[in-house]
Design a protein. Sequence first.
Length: 317
Amino acid sequence: MPPMPLTDTAVRNAKPADKTTRLYDEKGLYLEVSPKGGKWWRFKYRFDGKEKRLSFGVYPDVSLKEARNRRDDARKLVANYIDPGEQRKAQKRVNALKYNIIPSYRRGIKRIAEALEEEERGTLFQIKRLRDKGLPVVASYGGLAASGGYYIAAAADEIYADKASIVGSIGVRMDGFGFVETIEKLGIERRLLTAGEHKGFLDPFQPVKQEDVAQVKKLLDDIHQQFINVVRQGRGDKLKDDPLLFSGYVWTGEQGIDLGLVDELGSSSYVAREVIGAETIVDYTPSEDWLEKVSKHLGTALGRGFGEVLGGGSLIH
């Protein structure tokens, strides 16, 4: 005879034994009782010819009724050729994306403008303050002098770069991903509750709306114009009249001279020795102690591993 279905009384009064015991309900559901008294709901099922198990939580947090509901939901997935265990893993990944990427995705939009404003108040302000006092400011770049790096360099009196330095990238970009078809194929239902008509805009789990794209494009264009104004103000009539100058393209340091983005070629040591007349270079970069270095490398390794699992989105200017 098949086992009798469990009752609330039987579940509540289940006592631990020397070994893990199981109290069976129906259709693959059972209660597992550990020797220490813990009670876990389990579901046994077969998928693709293999026997598998799925946990439904701990009693009494999950009642008998709720455990049966979860079992029935899992059985429906199996009937539709969907492995409930794999579906749960997929849902966890979606939740991780939801609670990590989306908030940072939206914060990034705001931070593009904040970053430019902060640079204007910070580094650019200091450069302008020195120039107002009559002190010449020279910017020297080795490998990369593009985007935010060039944004700062544009305020200097002169810009030096190596032949192979990368300069320019005067533009603003925003990256993201769309997971609409992915969650549909996995059988995942997206639930989004908001207060505010456009609070859920650019949600990667929902189809993109053209009005949202237009709004963000307007924002990016505004920030791009700020970038252009800073470069024009700093470089003045040195800039060549080239339609691609503010397109976001990058050039070598040598090409940058022709475009007016760079004044001359020369390394940092050359600028210090031949232009400024200093025999030594003083590096004012804040130094880290050994503990900070170890912590940073550890955090980077963990973050890289986490990112490889979840994927991600970024905002770059």
